[in-house]
Design a protein around this ligand. Structure first.
Ligand code: NAD
Length: 527
C-alpha cells in the first residue's frame, strides 16, 4: 500500500475509533448494573427500562438501575406474601435478634455504606455516616420489639371475664423513599415493620439505589428469612403497582408533596393504610436577644449541610427586629468561608447536588429570586471546582429581604439557598411560620423562655426546636410534619411506627364453670 497523507488519516481515524470503542467498552464495563433484591437474591427482572445513576461530583454515569416492570413488582409482592405467615409467627424475641445482628453489621460496614451513599448522592462522607447512624437508631429501637409489642390485660372486666389487647402485624407493608436519605429513610420504615412481624417491599429512589440493595443483603446476613424484605428498583411504574395491588396492606412514603398527596389519595382509595411525608420549607426565627454567634453556626449547618437537600434543612431565616443586620454581618463571612468539594474530600463541608436536572432547577430558582426583587447577597451559581468541572456544584447562596409573596419563599428549592425574611416582631414571625403551606419543622433562637414557650405552643409545624436548628426526633420519638408536609394520621418510626405497622385486637374471654345462664337479649353490662 502506498503511504499517502489520506491513508495516514484513514489509519489514524481507524485507530482513534478502535481506541474510543475500547475506552467506551471499558467504561461501560465499569458501569454498575443495579438490579432488584427479590426473595433473597439479586435479580435483573423482566423490565427492559434502565435508569442512569451518576456520580454527582464528576457528572459521570457510574451505574444503570433496572426499573421494575409490573411482573417484577408482582414477583416481589408474591415473595413477601409467601414469607409473611412464618415470619408473623416467629417469636418477637427472635425477630429482635435479627435486628441486633443487623445493627452490628451496619456498624461493621459503615465505611462501605457511607462511600456508597456519597458516590451516588454526593453528600460528604461524614454526613453520609451521620445519616446511617440516625437510621441505625431506628434499628436499635426495633431491637426492643418484644417490649414494644406487649399488650394490655385486664382481669375481671366483668365477673370471671378477662380482656386483653394485642397488636398484630398487617401483612405486606411497602416503602417508597426519596433520594436525599437513601439509607436513613428506608430505615425509618422496614426495621419496625419487619420487627412487628410484617414482610416488606421497598422501592427506593432511582437516583441512588445501591444502599437499599446493600441493606437487604445485610438483613439476609443477619438471619432474615428470604422474602421478608424485598427491594424493587424503579420509578412511578413500580409505585403504581404497589399502590393498587390487593395484597399490599400499607404504604409508607417519603418524598415531595405532590407525589405524597397522590400516593395518599391513591393508596387510601384502594383501602390501604398510608402515611405519606412530603416537602418542607423550614423556618428558623432569630429573636434580637438570641446568641447570634450560635444562631449563625446553627443556620450554616442547617441551611447548607447536605447542600440543603434535607427535608429538615432550614431554608428561611426569619430575622426579628434588630436581629437582621448583625445576623447578616455574621452569616456572610461564614458562608464565604464554607468549603465546597466532592463528598470524598475530608475537608469538604458541602458537596454537589444530586443530578444535573436538580442543579439546573436550583440555579433557575436563584435567577428567579433576583427577578422577584430579593437582595442576592451571595451567589452560588458560578462555582466551578478545578478537576470537577462537570460536577453538579452550586455554592452556598444567600438572599436578604425575601418576602412571603415571592416564589422563592413559597416553593421548596431543596438546594443551598437561604432566604432571610425580616419580621418586625415576634407575632409577625409566628404568623409567617404558620402562613406557609408546609409545616414540617421550625425553630426559634432566643434567650427568653416565655417567648420560646409561646413559639412551641402556637406554631403549626410537627417538629419544633428551641435553640436547636434541626429538631429531628430521636428514633424512640416519632418523625413527621403537619399540614401539607404529611398526609395521613401517624408520624414515622418510634411509637407511632409500631402503631402504624400493627393493628389492634381486643379479646374478651370467659371460661364458664358449667352453670347455664340462658340467652341474654339486653346489652351486656357489668353488674
Ligand atoms: P420525589 O417525590 O421526586 O420521589 C420520592 C419517591 O417517589 C421516589 O421513590 C420516586 O421514584 C417516586 N416518584 C417520583 N415521581 C413519582 C410519580 N409521579 N408517581 C409515583 N412515584 C413517584 O422526591 P425526591 O426528589 O426523591 O426527594 C426530595 C423530596 O423529598 C423533597 O421534597 C423533600 O422535602 C422530601 N423529603 C421529605 C421528608 C420528610 O420527612 N417529610 C424526608 C426526606 C425528603
Amino acid at each position: 500500500m502506498r503511504i499517502s497523507v489520506r491513508n495516514i488519516m484513514v489509519a489514524e481515524a481507524t485507530l482513534i475509533t478502535v481506541l474510543q470503542y475500547g475506552f467506551l467498552r471499558k467504561r461501560w464495563d465499569m458501569i454498575k448494573d443495579i438490579g432488584h433484591w427479590i426473595n433473597g437474591a439479586m435479580v435483573s427482572g423482566q423490565g427492559e427500562t434502565l435508569g442512569p445513576v451518576f456520580n454527582p461530583a464528576t457528572g459521570e454515569q457510574t451505574g444503570m438501575v433496572r426499573l421494575a416492570s409490573e411482573p417484577d413488582v408482582n414477583a416481589a409482592i408474591a415473595a413477601a406474601q409467601d414469607a409473611f405467615p412464618a415470619w408473623a409467627n416467629t417469636p418477637p424475641v427472635i425477630r429482635a435478634r435479627v435486628m441486633f445482628r443487623f445493627k452490628a453489621l451496619i456498624e461493621d460496614n459503615m465505611d462501605r455504606m457511607a462511600e456508597m451513599i456519597t458516590a451516588e448522592h454526593g453528600k460528604v462522607i461524614s454526613d453520609s455516616k451521620g445519616s446511617i447512624i440516625r437510621g441505625m437508631e431506628v434499628v436499635e429501637f426495633a431491637c426492643g420489639i418484644p417490649q414494644l409489642l406487649k399488650g394490655e390485660f385486664t382481669e375481671n372486666v366483668g365477673t370471671d371475664i378477662d380482656s386483653w389487647s394485642v397488636r398484630q402485624p398487617l401483612g405486606i407493608c411497602t416503602g417508597i423513599t426519596p433520594f436525599n436519605f437513601p439509607a436513613m429513610v428506608p430505615m425509618w420504615m422496614f426495621p419496625i415493620a419487619i420487627a412487628c412481624g410484617n414482610s416488606f417491599v421497598l422501592k427506593p429512589s432511582e437516583k441512588d439505589p445501591s444502599a437499599a440493595n446493600f441493606m437487604a443483603e445485610l438483613m439476609q446476613e443477619a438471619g432474615l428469612p428470604d422474602g421478608v424484605l424485598n427491594v424493587v428498583q424503579g420509578d412511578k411504574v413500580a409505585v403504581n403497582v404497589l399502590l393498587r395491588h390487593p395484597d399490599v396492606q400499607s404504604v409508607s412514603f417519603v418524598g415531595s408533596t405532590p407525589i405524597a398527596e397522590y400516593v395518599y389519595r391513591t393508596g387510601t382509595s384502594t383501602g390501604k393504610r398510608v402515611q405519606a411525608l412530603g416537602g418542607a420549607k423550614n423556618h428558623m426565627v432569630v429573636m434580637p436577644d438570641a446568641d447570634l454567634d450560635q444562631a449563625t453556626d446553627a443556620l450554616m449547618g442547617a441551611a447548607y449541610g447536605s447542600a440543603g437537600e434535607r427535608c429538615m434543612a432550614v431554608s428561611v431565616a426569619v430575622a426579628v427586629g434588630a436581629a437582621a443586620n448583625p445576623l447578616l454581618d455574621r452569616l456572610i463571612p461564614a458562608i464565604e468561608a464554607l468549603k465546597v468539594g466532592p463528598g470524598t474530600d475530608p475537608d469538604a463541608e458541602m458537596g454537589p447536588l444530586v443530578t444535573q436536572a436538580h442543579y439546573q432547577k436550583v440555579k433557575r430558582y436563584i435567577d428567579l429570586g433576583i427577578e422577584e426583587g430579593a437582595d442576592l447577597k451571595i451567589d452560588g451559581r458560578d462555582l466551578v471546582l478545578q478537576g470537577y468541572e462537570n460536577g453538579y456544584f452550586v455554592g452556598p447562596t444567600l438572599f436578604d429581604k425575601v418576602t412571603p409573596d415571592m416564589q422563592i419563599y413559597k416553593e421548596e428549592i431543596f438546594g443551598p439557598v437561604l432566604s432571610v425574611v425580616r419580621a418586625p416582631d415576634f407575632d409577625s414571625a409566628i404568623e409567617i411560620v404558620n402562613g406557609h403551606e408546609y409545616g414540617n419543622g421550625s425553630a426559634i433562637f432566643t434567650r427568653d423562655g416565655n417567648v420560646a414557650r409561646e413559639f412551641t405552643s402556637r406554631n403549626l409545624t410537627g417538629m419544633v426546636g428551641v435553640n436547636v436548628p434541626i429538631p429531628v426526633p430521636m428514633a424512640f420519638h416519632s418523625f413527621g410534619g403537619w399540614r401539607r408536609s404529611l398526609f395521613g394520621d401517624t408520624h414515622m418510626h418510634g411509637p407511632e411506627g409500631v402503631r402504624f405497622f400493627t393493628r389492634l385486637k381486643t379479646v374478651t374471654s370467659r371460661w364458664p364453670a358449667g352453670v347455664r345462664t340462658g340467652a341474654e337479649f339486653v346489652m351486656p353490662t357489668v353488674r
